[in-house]
Design a protein around this ligand. Structure first.
Ligand code: HEC
Ligand code: HEC
Ligand code: HEC
Ligand code: HEC
Ligand code: HEC
Ligand code: HEC
Ligand code: HEC
Length: 406
């Protein structure tokens, strides 16, 4: 009896010890490449459950992800998985035991197979990358929601297959939380355009998705503080958004939403709430406020040209967007945001006379923020010579000629 009890105690102690050890090892196994100032994103859920559960479904959290069967969009079934370059050359999307692949065939014999390793994007389109040693390359074919089909990746030929487009840190700086890289040649102290050709990426350091700390800054000290002071209801060791001025709030989004052609001074990964864009980018070479900014990714510079923005002194991205949610909402919900300033019945309301107010209220945006064709992105689907355009919501709020007569 006594012996049994002793054995039980020893086993129990051993068991607890092993669990403890396993946890230590687990913790060691996944160090955060961003450094000890960062906490694992999941820890935020303990105290911010509603925000966390909303954010994990957002385009930001899923801006980059592992290319699992669940995350990859597009049809892999026979008859829907082929892109023809010419009558003898085709690319086939294949599901194999070791993953999903784009396989190039010439005369029906396989020439080259590259695996989907990482996906970028969920909402309008999705492009994929494959790893080769310490470099990543864009796969030649992407998925487009507008046509629910595969099409050439932006900038790729529809007649000549190309597996050699390097993807450097620049894309990751807007589409992920972190990746570290080294330059493999003496590229000088500054390089303005990210030059993927001279970069060696550390793929193990990749932190996928745009997580909480990408916008809020490192929060390990905040987590420790509140874990040790569970009664404290005012936030410690974190930048409160309400203490930021308008420019700082705008720049928190504009660091990724003001276009891809910036002359960079330092990495976007270094950006912290409160920072200003001016410290990250040199001014445009040609200062021209009437320049037509491309709709792709440049909501900030388009919004900045709007009278709403210039005259109200209060509009920020958060006026219309929940940073922890999704943009796709009924047009009437956005109309409410417009009408917080353009009240119905006031002189500030829509001046169109021949349309019923109820109809106006249903959808301000299709007339004043119309969908526009991106100059930077277009694509072609298999077997068609036509170029498909890529539509995005213009953030230049204005009266557009084409919406004058409905
Ligand atoms: C142990 C609990 C706890 C954890 C874990 C935690 N927080 Fe908090 N956090 C709080 C409390 C308490 C507040 C203050 C009340 C509030 O705003 O919800 C707060 C507030 C905040 C605020 C608002 C600050 C302000 O004043 O506007 C941000 C942003 C924030 N936390 C981010 C994070 C992030 C990011 C993580 C994960 C890395 C995280 N928190 C993890 C307890 C926690
Ligand atoms: C680290 C870069 C980064 C920052 C910072 C950032 N965004 Fe984004 N945002 C993106 C990328 C990339 C996408 C496209 C994600 C996708 O669809 O895969 C996106 C998508 C969006 C969308 C579309 C979401 C949808 O559901 O279609 C909105 C709205 C948005 N961002 C608003 C904001 C606002 C507001 C802020 C500031 C509070 C902000 N973003 C900060 C990179 C960023
Ligand atoms: C795209 C940037 C972005 C991301 C990603 C993001 N936040 Fe926020 N967060 C903001 C902004 C901007 C505000 C201020 C909102 C406002 O002014 O209405 C905010 C406000 C908050 C607040 C305080 C206000 C509130 O609503 O209670 C908390 C807490 C918070 N965020 C936690 C988180 C956590 C936890 C995550 C990850 C699950 C996260 N945030 C991800 C941009 C972001
Ligand atoms: C300056 C930041 C920035 C850079 C750099 C950038 N993107 Fe984006 N990207 C965005 C934003 C913001 C969006 C969201 C929608 C929009 O405005 O087009 C986006 C959208 C996308 C989408 C469509 C996502 C969706 O859900 O609809 C894909 C795919 C994409 N980017 C791939 C790339 C690739 C590949 C690179 C590098 C060659 C790259 N991006 C570089 C900011 C950036
Ligand atoms: C924060 C307040 C605010 C919000 C929100 C807002 N606006 Fe405005 N808007 C203004 C102000 C202020 C002006 C300038 C009025 C003037 O010049 O007298 C303006 C001007 C306009 C103009 C005239 C533009 C021009 O170039 O002549 C249109 C159209 C307009 N807004 C539509 C909208 C729509 C549609 C929305 C929602 C998508 C919206 N606004 C949201 C404040 C706002
Ligand atoms: C006056 C309202 C308003 C403001 C302010 C605003 N947006 Fe939007 N945004 C919209 C609407 C409406 C849509 C379309 C939503 C839908 O139906 O998908 C949209 C869509 C987007 C998208 C998805 C891309 C697309 O074309 O579908 C991104 C990204 C985005 N906004 C980013 C931003 C950023 C960043 C800011 C601040 C610089 C901002 N928005 C300010 C109203 C606004
Ligand atoms: C069917 C398209 C359409 C819809 C829907 C619509 N507008 Fe307009 N809006 C116009 C046009 C066109 C004008 C130019 C007015 C004119 O010709 O008198 C205009 C004028 C305006 C102006 C005055 C612009 C100026 O020059 O000062 C504001 C403000 C405005 N709209 C806001 C809104 C808001 C807010 C909504 C949603 C509640 C809305 N509009 C819905 C087409 C539309």
């Amino acid at each position: 009896m006594k012996k049994n009890k002793k054995l039980l105690t020893v086993t129990a102690v051993l068991f607890v010890f092993i669990i403890f050890l396993v946890q230590c090892i687990n913790k060691k196994a996944v160090p955060d490449a961003r450094g000890t100032a960062f906490a694992p994103e999941q820890t935020c859920r303990q105290c911010h459950q509603a925000i966390y559960d909303s954010a994990v479904t957002s385009a930001h959290f899923n801006a980059s992800a592992a290319a699992t069967a669940k995350n990859v969009l597009g049809n892999f079934n026979a008859g829907h998985n082929i892109f023809m370059y010419d009558s003898l050359t085709k690319l086939v999307m294949e599901q194999r035991d070791s993953g999903l692949y784009q396989v190039l065939y010439k005369n029906n014999s396989p020439l080259l197979a590259r695996r989907f390793d990482i996906v970028f994007g969920t909402r309008h389109a999705q492009t994929s990358l494959y790893w080769q040693d310490d470099r990543s390359f864009e796969l030649p074919v992407s998925y487009y929601h507008a046509v629910n089909n595969w099409g050439t990746s932006p900038g790729f030929s529809a007649t000549v297959p190309n597996f050699n487009r390097l993807i450097g840190t620049d894309c990751f700086e807007c589409h992920s939380s972190y990746i570290s890289h080294k330059k493999n040649t003496a590229a000088g102290d500054h390089y303005f355009a990210a030059d993927a050709a001279v970069e060696i990426l550390d793929k193990n350091s990749l932190v996928l998705g745009i997580g909480c700390q990408r916008c809020h800054g490192p929060a390990a000290a905040h987590v420790n503080f509140h874990t040790e002071n569970p009664g404290k209801q005012t936030a410690g060791h974190i930048t409160a958004n309400k203490t930021l001025n308008r420019q700082q709030q705008l720049d928190q989004c504009a660091v990724c939403h003001s276009g891809n052609d910036k002359r960079k001074i330092q990495s976007r990964f270094m950006f912290r709430p409160g920072d200003l864009l001016a410290n990250y980018f040199l001014p445009a070479v040609v200062a021209d406020s009437t320049r037509h900014f491309d709709v792709h990714g440049n909501q900030f510079n388009l919004l900045k040209q709007s009278r709403c923005f210039l005259k109200s002194n209060s509009i920020t991205c958060s006026t219309c967007h929940n940073p922890h949610g999704n943009a796709a909402m009924p047009a009437a919900v956005y109309a409410q945001k417009c009408m917080s300033c353009h009240q119905e019945g006031s002189a500030d309301f829509c001046t169109v006379k021949n349309i019923a107010v109820a109809e106006l209220k249903a959808n301000c945006t299709d007339c004043h923020m119309p969908l526009e064709t991106s100059d930077a992105i277009s694509f072609r689907v298999s077997g068609s010579a036509a170029v498909s355009s890529y539509l995005l919501r213009s953030h230049r709020i204005a009266v557009y000629k084409e919406t004058k007569k409905k």
